[in-house]
Ligand binder design. Sequence first.
Ligand code: AMP
Length: 201
Amino acid sequence: MLNLILFGPPGSGKGTQSSRVACRYNLVHLSSGELFREEVRKGTKLGYQLASYMLKGLLVPDNMVLKKIYKAAIHHEDTTGIVFDGFPRTVNQAVLLDRFLNKKNIPVSIVFFMMVDEKELISRMMGRAEDSGRLDDNEEVILRRMDVYEKQTRPLRDYYQKQNKLSCISGMAPVKVVAERISSVIDNYLMKKEIIKLVAE
Ligand code: AMP
């Protein structure tokens, strides 16, 4: 299984790139934010609780996140792989995801860290706010999300660096160029895996 994680600050293009990668390699695209927005749209009790965090730009508590993600991952157990988009977002989530996937012998393959300048991020999100329809795309919440990212999500970089799984991608280029960069890392990974398999046989 090819399990990928894309993470980076809000507005770094992880959603766009995740769906491109999923399409190109025939993987399941699992976006935690999208799963939560769907629940909010359904108007369930859980959706109501999720919205109370999302609208403030705060992270949803881990127990609520993990329940949703595990359920979705188990539902797609027979797939060729999963692209995790927006999850994990804390080191605790990453530790628990590792535990979950390692138990199933399907560990995380590559973690892409999307790097974009702060000025560019804010301008992208303010631009997106005009037509995204997302209630958390307004200046006050955007700034809170950036702050939450710095404090709670950025530490993932060291966590995955220590595991030798981190690939830093500059997200400043056009979408197509960034997608090519990501694909070349994946192709390299798959080629190495194939060579190791051939040598072992
Ligand atoms: P996103 O679509 O990834 O920007 O996520 C939108 C919002 O959903 C975030 O601002 C959080 O409130 C919530 N959220 C998404 N993923 C997570 C996660 N892994 N952990 C906690 N909260 C999350």
